[in-house]
Design a protein. Sequence first.
Lengths: 343, 291
Amino acid sequence: MTSPSIALKDERRPVSFAVLATALTLCIVLLFFISMAAGPVSVSFLQILASLKGEDQALVTIIIEQIRLPRAILAVTVGATLGLAGAALQGLLRNPLAEPGLIGVSGCAALGSVIMFYTGATAVFALALPLGGIAGALIAVAAIYGLAGRESSILTLVLAGVAVNAFAGALTTLALSLSPNPYAAFEIFFWLLGSLADRSLTHVYLSLPLMAIGWILLLTMGRALDALTLGEDTARSLGFNLGRVQAQVIIGTALAVGAAVAVSGVIGFVGLVVPHLLRPLVGYQPGRLLPISALGGALLTLAADIAVRYVMNGPELKLGVLTALIGAPFFLYLVLQTRKALR
Amino acid sequence: MVRVLRFGIIVLALALAAPITSDAAKPQRIASLNVCTDQLVIALAERSRIATVTFLAPNPDTSFYYREAKGLPINRGAAEEVLALKPDLIVAGTYTTPATTALLKKLGHRVELFDPDDSLKRMRKNIRRMALLLGESEKAEQLISNMDRRLAAVVQAGMKQQPVAVIFRANGFTMGKHSLINDILTLAGFRHLSAEMAMDQAGFLPLEKMIAADPALIIFGQYKPNHPSIAHQLLEHPALKSLLASRAGGKSRDSIIIPSNLWNCGGPFIAEAVEMLARKHKTLSRAGVSP
């Protein structure tokens, strides 16, 4: 009924999984170093290597280790989360438009983090930030599941996402407006459009362990999602407990996306674009798509995060602006494709 | 001829009478629509003559005379609030409430606009102009000479070295060459980083660039961590702590908090900011900071 069945008709030969994974990983390593070299202060690759080896170079080391390194790490981890969560949600819901940003999971994660951060809860208990994000994400996935259901049409899911996003956005704006800190109201841009500027290693420590648990929960779902492409009954007859599969994908998504959004804000469309571009290369198998999408998401986010540093002077362009500029036309294209396929 | 003579006599009489009548002509219902004009009005006029000040005036973050402002009627810069008070003089900033001041002027009110204090020179000019409008020139001269005595004492204390200082606020906002803060830093014996980076009035200094420029003194504003923001979180970035702790180049680095109500607006109180900075200058010089 939906696009995976159309997708299976495609006869292109998949690229070898190992080759694809290696190529993506090499690109990530390359961009990681470029990301470390990119910024208002010029830093050479030699200085980066020396700093990472621990040879003291005084002030440059501070810039490399405490400003650029956390930024590059977060681009990889947040990007991987978004790519992976997009692929997992598309597999579970068997819906090509399922994406953490579009269906409101990221928006609700931002709301949860905003409440924790601006009420001062994170000042008392640092982990409140990612936990707030995770709680928000969990509520969103559950709400979407309740609103649209797992057998929903593509349209129902997207519309439910619009509603959840609008509600989360309004509450986030309200929460920020109520803050006595005059800067808070302007920070709506950070939360709704995302940024990795001036994040620190603290944000890495806060988010990475929780994201990693989410990744493990999602990456181990490969075979279940493969089975699901054959229909729920077949998957059940193959021995998969569908209730458990759903719960694991939902909790994994909430953990990973909630922790990611808590430190980066909402970076949209990565989870939509990446799985779609890579799906043909893994022979349309959701199981294989999971790790490949994670790598692709990391790569796209790293690239976008390097680009935002060069767009304008002063405060940087928000990362989500760039991913939306790429992702929104892509979304429209997908909508047109889906309509054609449904006809 | 007689008429001309009579006119001349009247003019002469008015001129002679002016100093005597000026007290009665002093504005008695002063409305201020800008936090910086608030400061000057509170410093110069008796409390009973102040009809309204801005909502920022009783706030210690933005206003030096926050105690004096408590209990005065406040406004948020809307024409309605001001009109209801029937003011005989309205003072406001050039840029802050343009729509309101234009409307009040159109309705026939006396509106006097003040340029922002972007230098010590402009600040003195603004104080004297406000004093003239309020009929308090004598008081103003007294305040200015008190301030000048304090400033002269700081300069006399002698400063051979000129360490680099930078003001670093939420989001990395900093002031440039044409700013009151630049003049204050110069007076206290510092070179001013963002001015040397050819920043004109104000702008954003990326954290990386600030660290690379390696100032001897980082000046923060006062910040209440119980109302957090990402903008303020930048001021707690571990990279800043590492910079301040670094002994690279055999240099020591330091930071200071100057409450923003001491120098966001111009007024006699800026002497306190200059003195705080001068004290810091002394300890830095003793610690052997190379310029």
